[in-house]
Design a protein around this ligand. Structure first.
Ligand SMILES: [Mg+2]
Length: 161
């Protein structure tokens, strides 16, 4: 491991720019590198350096401020970001089902419905649950969105996908 790192270090002279960063980004990286403890044998940022630098950047930008970490809006005490992310996991499960070719719903050995449309139904189930808990009307939101969508140009003005 150490031998491989030395080999890489020799192949990449100190100061060589290997990434397509802007000048501001390069200056920030240089400052971050200066702040890191390095030996002469480690003239460029290794993965662990990047890990520490990225985390220090995130801390400096306030993403780990303990007073604000849990500041996302809540619905009945649950984080709205978590609730939206869980809808996304169902979409991901639908993607995986499609990759398996499970386009017809089937009941697995545990009695659980499986398949592409079953997973999309899971997403709708999660959405309906959140709407009702938040005392919001899904029907109203669909009406508003579709009224707007009807006014949009074909393929929303030429989008490819
Ligand atoms: Mg699911």
């Amino acid at each position: 491991m150490e031998a491989a790192r030395m080999e890489d270090a020799q192949a990449t002279p100190q100061g060589e720019i290997c990434y397509d960063f802007s000048e501001d980004e390069l200056n920030a990286l240089a400052e971050a590198e200066d702040a890191l403890t390095k030996s002469d044998n480690e003239p460029y940022m290794l993965v662990n350096d990047w890990q520490r630098y990225i985390n220090s950047w995130a801390v400096r930008k306030g993403w780990w401020d303990p007073d604000k970490v849990d500041s996302a809006p809540k619905i009945a005490g649950r984080n709205t970001i978590e609730l939206a992310a869980l809808v996304g996991t169902e979409a991901s499960e639908a993607v995986e089902a499609a990759r398996m070719g499970w386009m017809e719903t089937f009941i697995d050995e545990h009695g659980k419905p499986q398949g592409y449309f079953s997973e999309l139904a899971d997403a709708v189930i999660r959405i309906m649950d959140v709407f009702n808990m938040a005392d919001q009307s899904l029907e109203r939101e669909i009406e508003l969105k579709m009224a707007y969508n009807e006014k949009r140009p074909v393929r929303h003005g030429g989008k490819l996908a």
